[in-house]
Design a protein around this ligand. Structure first.
Ligand code: FEO
Length: 396
């Protein structure tokens, strides 16, 4: 079950083809995922990360086929989140005295999860572990993705073990970036960045600049999810630099929910107005009650602006939009415009509520939006088209 990465480095992780939900139920994984663990056998033997707990037994059994566990000199825990540390308790039952190298926050997280007093060795950026000729250099990477996260770099082979950074939830038997469908790969990379790393974009940029300043040669990036970046590994680093810099494409995304299709009709006519005014801008519509929220978030990430619509219900908005607003408040998108709309029968608060929430989420909402009484008639729909035309001019 191992896969040779380079020289004395083997992948010993788990491909999880079945995974459809991650982080509890928070993140959709249409294409499964992988939990990447790596075994380095130089004069000293190191295991980098493990796998998610449901696969702990399988992981340890497979590892035993590969190596006498007592030959593992060091364990490196780049990140304490359960998808990478989940097999540690079972592994440590077999080799309880093996030292674990992680950040000081990693010690807190691992103790917090497993309540064990293993032989922790906290490390900082620049600390090194001598493997006999080659060295592992540690680089703290707080908030990519938790406070404890770190990278490590193997000299001689020029391999960066980046844990969550540069990863994607993408199961593949091929496991190397040059052997998989490139469109599928980059869709999953962007989805992963948009849904997980967006709030930490300033740190992503800083960390990449810090790594570049070390002037370490880079042949391979071994992530903890998805493919190993063997061919042109800098391509994903460059993408992260783009994505972390207030990323947007020429796209407007209309996000709505509807009860009796009045708000849907408004959405479609706003879309028509945008397209009539600007032939180049990509316009996409998503009904939040029927769409995968993580896919919608990825579309928001790509957009220069979003238009959000809800009918008014009980002086509020529909719950699928309330949930989406909660998500995007946490993600803290930057440099994006917003607009609002909705139908109503009597009180009509929905555009105002949407506007307030979008502003709280950091969007620049361009005006008070538009609303239509009951089911929009021809005149109301023409106003939607005109509103779409005005958005095309103002969402720049
Ligand atoms: Fe893949 Fe933050 O764990």
């Amino acid at each position: 079950m191992k896969l040779k990465v380079k020289n004395n480095i083997d992948w010993v992780g788990k491909i999880d083809w079945e995974l459809r939900r991650f982080h509890g139920d928070e993140y959709s994984t249409h294409k499964g995922s992988t939990y990447n663990s790596y075994l380095i056998r130089e004069d000293k033997t190191v295991l980098i990360d493990t796998v998610w707990a449901p696969f702990a037994e399988e992981f340890v059994e497979n590892l035993k086929k590969e190596i006498d566990l007592s030959e593992i000199d060091y364990i490196v825990a780049n990140h304490a989140e359960i998808d990478h540390s989940g097999a540690l308790p079972l592994l440590m039952e077999e080799i309880p005295d093996t030292p674990i190298y992680c950040t000081s926050n990693g010690v807190k997280s691992l103790k917090g999860h497993y309540h064990k007093d293993w032989d922790f060795h906290p490390v900082k950026t620049g600390d090194k572990l001598d493997l006999g000729g080659k060295e592992l250099i540690f680089i703290e990477a707080p908030m990519l993705h938790w406070p404890d996260s770190m990278f490590c770099y193997l000299t001689g082979d020029n391999v960066l073990f980046s844990n969550d950074a540069f990863g994607q939830h993408f199961a593949s038997e091929k496991m190397f970036n040059n052997l998989v469908d490139q469109n599928e790969l980059f869709i999953e990379c962007m989805k992963y960045y948009a849904n997980i790393l967006t709030p930490f974009s300033p740190l992503v940029k800083k960390k990449i600049e810090e790594f570049v300043s070390l002037e370490l040669p880079l042949d391979i990036i071994c992530t903890s999810h998805g493919v190993i970046w063997r061919k042109d590994p800098l391509q994903i680093v460059k993408k992260y630099m783009e994505w972390s810099d207030n990323y947007q494409e020429d796209q407007i995304t209309i996000i709505y929910d509807t009860m009796w299709n009045g708000t849907r009709a408004m959405a479609e006519h706003i879309a028509k107005g945008i397209s009539l005014e600007d032939k180049d801008t990509v316009v996409k519509l998503y009904n939040t009650s029927k769409s995968d929220k993580n896919d919608v978030i990825t579309e928001i990430f790509r957009s220069k602006g979003i238009v959000m619509g809800s009918p008014t219900i009980n002086k509020g908005i529909l719950t699928s939009l309330a949930g989406m607003l909660e998500e995007i408040k946490g993600l803290r998108f930057k440099n994006k415009k917003g607009a609002v709309f909705g139908t109503y029968g009597w009180s009509g608060e929905s555009p105002k509520i949407l506007k307030e929430n979008l502003e709280e989420a950091g969007f620049e909402v361009i005006d008070e939006g538009i609303k239509a009484l009951w089911n929009p008639d021809e005149e109301a729909l023409k106003k939607c088209v005109d509103y779409g035309r005005s958005l095309a001019k103002r969402f720049t």
